[in-house]
Write a protein that binds this ligand. Structure first.
Ligand SMILES: O=C(O)CCC(=O)C(=O)O
Ligand SMILES: [Fe+2]
Length: 399
């Protein structure tokens, strides 16, 4: 198997630093697991338990950080405060800030800080000059964006309501009708309008990620708040049910973009994993043939190039308006678009809490197919060894 790539966004801040909104992200996590941050400061010695909680404390009312000068959005601090260890919830605001800055600092080391600032300025330059074509798509309006079956399922937000609209052609790949054709058209027209503006003004824009040359980053020209809302209200309810073990209950930032394929665009997309915990991929149109997604099983970093098992093979054909939701670590690629023009909306949804936790784990058998296979093999060998020892001792006692 060819060595697989990990795709990254071309922008700087990829994790905790970009979140806007109400500071709640995905809200409650279900499975408890504590996260030990590697505290390096005096704070660590002053207070007892330094471990973050994966379950946000919903009863705790976080401080307001709007006045805080930091590279991170104040909402991140309010959101993270709910994950602080119980012993830290009532300490001074300054102590909490110091502790949280240390954790967040890991997501934005020195070099990246400058790049994040540049990226912020880049966005400001675009947004001060670009005139949106369809202002109505800059705020989520469920009835014009989504098909009724999707809205109904989200209203109930139970596993059963999701299973009614979702098909799962291979474990961990969920597909469902999501976007109205009229919304797809508006979004396509907005992207086209943005691209026209880019060409007319010769503005040098960033590529959507390290592997796609054609497309646009929606977050860069004003759609970040809308997409954040979409993630919180319409993706989190689903990912909380199907992707809890990879931070699906605690998504708190995203990278939103469109990719374009066709004759004079990208043709195909190589085998890769995404820089996301959960990826939403929705085909917007237009008319095309080819461009199937191929999936080859979920893998952790260590096993990213390990063999595919036959049951992990899936080829999926895109249908306009239909969403595919999968773990970012689900290895995949896109086959050549052989005719026409294909444009897909992508949201790489991330969880800073999950990324923090992952630093302290070695066994990912909760979601990595190869970790699971190795664990089963260890269990099989241990049962076999126990049986053998038992048979030997039985044999011995019969003599
Ligand atoms: O072209 C596609 O549908 C796949 C896109 C994709 O995997 C990605 O952008 O991460
Ligand atoms: Fe991808």
């Amino acid at each position: 198997m060819a060595t697989l790539s990990t795709r990254r966004s071309t922008a700087a801040a990829s994790t905790a630093g970009r979140r806007r909104g109400d500071g709640r992200g995905c809200g409650a996590a279900d499975n408890a697991a504590n996260v030990p941050p590697d505290g390096r400061s005096g704070i660590r010695q002053t207070y007892g338990d330094r471990r973050l909680r994966i379950n946000p404390n919903k009863d705790h009312k976080p401080d307001k950080y709007d006045d805080l000068k930091s590279d991170f959005d104040p909402a991140i601090f309010s959101s993270l405060e709910r994950h602080l260890p119980p012993s830290m919830l009532d300490v001074s605001k300054e102590a909490k800030i110091q502790f949280m800055k240390e954790i967040l600092g890991r997501y934005l080391p020195e070099g990246e800080r400058a790049r994040a600032q540049k990226h912020k300025e880049y966005r400001q330059r675009i947004m001060s000059a670009y005139q949106p074509l369809h202002k109505q798509i800059y705020n989520v309006d469920a009835t014009t964006f989504f098909v009724p079956s999707f809205i109904e399922a989200i209203k109930k937000s139970t596993e059963e309501s999701f299973r009614n609209i979702i098909s799962e052609p291979s474990p961990g790949v969920y597909t469902f009708a999501m976007l109205q054709p009229s919304f797809c058209e508006l979004l396509l027209a907005e992207v086209e309008n943005f691209e026209k503006w880019v060409n007319a003004t010769k503005f040098k824009t960033m590529k959507p990620n390290t592997m796609n040359k054609y497309g646009a980053v929606l977050d860069d020209f004003g759609l970040e708040a809308m997409l954040n809302n979409l993630m919180e209200k319409f993706i989190c309810p689903i990912s909380r049910v199907f992707f809890t073990e990879v931070g699906g209950s605690a998504l708190d930032s995203h990278h939103g973009f469109v990719v374009e394929y066709g004759n004079d665009k990208d043709i195909e997309l190589g085998f890769h994993v995404d820089d996301s915990e959960v990826t939403l991929n929705v085909c917007l149109g237009k008319e095309f043939s080819g461009g199937e997604l191929f999936f080859r099983g979920v893998r952790c970093d260590k096993h990213v190039n390990s063999e595919t098992q036959p049951e992990e093979i899936l080829d999926y054909s895109h249908v306009p308006g239909r969403a595919v939701l999968h773990r970012g670590r689900h290895r995949h690629g896109a086959r050549p678009t052989t005719s026409g023009h294909r444009i897909n909306l992508l949201m790489w949804c991330r969880s800073s809490v999950f990324r923090e936790m992952k630093r302290y784990q070695k066994d990912f058998s909760g979601w990595c197919g190869e970790c699971q296979r190795e664990k089963k093999e260890r269990q099989r060998q241990s049962v076999a060894a126990t049986k053998l020892a038992f048979l030997r001792s039985e044999g011995g006692s019969m003599i």
